[in-house]
Design a protein around this ligand. Structure first.
Ligand code: ADP
Ligand code: MG
Length: 290
């Protein structure tokens, strides 16, 4: 039988939008000493707006958005939603795209008007040695903007920068974790500059940037091997293996089904302070038991 104090806590938690799926992991949560947050959509709102568009010669903004927008229309990624919203705002009708594929954690590729199109991360550009104006990229990245590159038939065609906003409650959540003696960490596929800027705004203890989706779970393992008991918080399909391996996997709010199914706890609201509530609740619940 489930002790009364535990079932009371679980339903109390549910009322606050904290859904406990794995009671054993929740019980162990009182011993956690590190929380790893996914950046986009967890510490930040995950609502990207376009800030700058730069083109290679031969393209104008509308043409670039018709091409890039064709791919992004077929993805639910926060970056895709941001670009698609701007396309709509400008009343641009995008081209048709075929064979659109997700380059996990690096962007998208597909065929538009018979040409091979990619919309990808700086990491992908470097890995495939595709030349781009590095100074422009550095300037945008140093302003804390997320940058994606348009590549047409293997050539740089333009870059689009986007800005996201830190959630108002993220700073408080990190502060409260410090008081509990819990180390805070950020794990993200986004570039180093953006991540460090967000990290310093929030006083995050450790930052791991430019981590590809398949590396996220390994990173958690590494952190555990340093002796930490780790909670991992994320929302994407990409985050699911990391959520699974963490001592406590926490899926946030509007996350994907995969993330939710893998998680030990689901936060109905996308509020990082709810992570603190989980730790508090676990400590209070199980302190009453022997
Ligand atoms: P996070 O870890 O912050 O959730 P992701 O792993 O989803 O980030 O993405 C990492 C990077 O890959 C993004 O910052 C972006 O450069 C690129 N990327 C991912 N998905 C897309 C997309 N749909 N369109 C363009 N770029 C993308
Ligand atoms: Mg993500």
């Amino acid at each position: 039988a489930v002790p009364l104090v535990v079932s009371t806590s679980t339903s109390l938690a549910a009322q606050k939008g904290l859904l406990i799926r794995n009671r054993t992991a929740f019980e162990e949560a009182r011993k956690l000493n590190a929380v790893v947050f996914d950046k986009t959509g967890t510490l930040t709102q995950g609502k990207f707006g376009i800030t700058d568009i730069l083109m290679a010669s031969g393209y104008d903004e509308t043409e670039l958005l018709k091409i890039v927008g064709a791919l992004e229309a077929q993805s639910e990624h926060p970056i895709s939603k941001g670009i698609t919203a701007e396309v709509k705002k400008r009343n641009i009708s995008v081209y048709g795209a075929e064979s659109v594929e997700n380059l996990t954690g690096e962007g998208l590729q597909g065929i538009v008007g018979g040409k091979k199109i990619k919309v990808v991360s700086p990491g992908h550009m470097n890995k495939h040695q595709i030349a781009y104006p590095a100074q422009d990229y550095e300037r945008l990245a140093s302003q804390g903007k997320t940058v994606v590159f348009a590549v047409i038939d293997g050539q740089f065609a333009g870059m689009i920068s986007l800005a996201d906003q830190v959630r108002e409650t993220s700073l408080d959540a990190i502060e409260k974790l410090k008081i509990l003696g819990v180390t805070s960490m950020m794990l993200t596929g986004d570039n180093k500059q953006v991540s460090e800027l967000v990290g310093s705004q929030l006083n995050i203890d450790e930052i791991y940037a430019e981590v590809l989706p398949h590396q996220k779970a390994d990173k958690i393992k590494e952190i555990q091997e340093k002796g930490y008991l780790v909670a991992m918080t994320g929302d994407g399909v990409n985050d699911a293996p990391a959520l699974a391996i963490a001592n406590l996997g926490i899926a946030v709010g509007a996350g994907t089904d995969v993330a939710i199914e893998t998680a030990d706890v689901v936060l109905v609201r996308s509020d990082p302070e709810d992570v603190v509530s989980i730790l508090h609740l676990s400590r209070r619940t199980y302190a009453k038991m022997v």
